[in-house]
Design a protein around this ligand. Structure first.
Ligand code: PHE
Length: 336
């Protein structure tokens, strides 16, 4: 019986041991019931008593030391595996955190909010009306006669005869006055639609309408309210002028200009060298409009105004192409 052979065999097996699978396999082939030690112990039975004692002892010593070595190797493998897992799940808590990318409100929304804030502080309530509107509210009740150019198919999106996409927020005036008695003091923000598309027009844009009706409302009230509004939005030094104009639903009518916020009156491309920028339409509510909603123009009077929100946003933020608002380009939108 050659114990050195046995020892060499064990050495060879262990020298290639790398994984848990190797370990399992080697444990079976060396220490298992059909392993090499069993073979040797079986062979021992054939020897005589003295030889049995000598070889038996040597085999036993080798078996115990082999078991100890394999246990040691197993512990090393377990530790290596634990370290590997720790590496995989390791978190560097000193790394700077990921900054979340919060959305921002659209510049048009911001401008709406700013306009609403100012008029709320002046006691105006917010009223809304439908985007899909009856011809009656969009035109007829506002004293826009059948032949008026604003009804031209080129400007108005007709859904079907008698129903349009509203071309302005003025129909909300009619809806509010039909629903309540004076005093009325509202603004109406919302989307409006006109068949037009270039650097200064988009087919959908936004307006804020204003309406105040009560006993003794005068043109000077309109001037006072709009002056406060303009100075809140464009700064206390902003100049303002009322220019005679025409709207079918107001009389007298005025367009309001502000001193150019770009060149401060010196003349530039934006104000077309006039030093002034047209900012809104306004006037005293036409007596016929009051009659159309059942108000008595001998009893009450009112003013109305309407402004384009994109126009105001463009001037506040220095944007020269209205279409920028609707490209949804994140590089543009994230600036505001
Ligand atoms: N509705 C008009 C427009 O869209 C603006 C306006 C509103 C003018 C109220 C006078 C009074 O141009």
């Amino acid at each position: 019986m050659n114990i050195d052979d046995l020892r060499n065999r064990i050495e060879n097996e262990i020298s290639v041991l790398k994984t848990f699978e190797d370990l399992k396999r080697i444990k079976a082939t060396i220490l298992g019931r059909k392993g090499v030690f069993s073979e040797y112990l079986d062979a021992l039975k054939l020897l005589d008593k003295d030889q049995k004692r000598v070889f038996g002892k040597e085999i036993n010593i080798l078996k115990v030391s082999t078991e100890a070595r394999l246990n040691e190797i197993e512990a090393t493998l377990i530790e290596a595996e634990r370290a590997r897992q720790e590496d995989l799940t390791w978190v560097d808590i000193t790394m700077p955190g990921k900054v979340p990318a919060p959305g921002k409100r659209h510049p048009i929304t911001q401008t709406f909010e700013e306009i609403i804030r100012v008029f709320s502080s002046l006691g105006f309530a917010v009223a809304e009306g439908p985007d899909i509107e009856l011809d009656y509210y969009n035109f007829e009740a506002l004293n826009i006669p059948k032949h008026h150019p604003a009804r031209d198919m080129q400007d108005t999106f007709y859904i079907k005869p008698g129903i349009v996409l509203r071309t302005h927020t003025s129909p909300v005036q009619i809806r509010v006055m039909e629903a309540q008695l004076p005093p009325v003091k509202i603004i109406s923000p919302g989307s409006v639609y006109r068949c037009d598309h270039d650097v200064s027009h988009t087919p959908m844009f936004h307006q804020v309408e204003g309406l105040m009706v009560d006993k003794h409302v005068r043109f000077s009230d309109l001037k006072g309210i709009l002056s406060v509004f303009i100075q809140e939005i464009f700064g206390a030094n902003t100049r303002l002028r009322f220019r005679p104009s025409y709207f079918p639903f107001t009389e007298p009518s005025a367009e309001v200009d502000i001193g150019c916020v770009i060149c401060e009156g010196a003349g530039c491309r934006v104000c077309k060298d006039t030093g002034w920028l047209e900012i809104l339409g306004s006037g005293m509510v036409h007596p016929q409009v009051l009659r159309n909603v059942g108000y008595d123009p001998e009893e009450v009077s009112g003013f109305a105004f309407g402004m384009g929100v994109e126009r105001i946003a463009m001037l506040r933020f220095g944007i020269d192409d209205i279409r920028q608002f609707y490209y949804n380009d994140i590089r543009f939108l994230s600036q505001f």
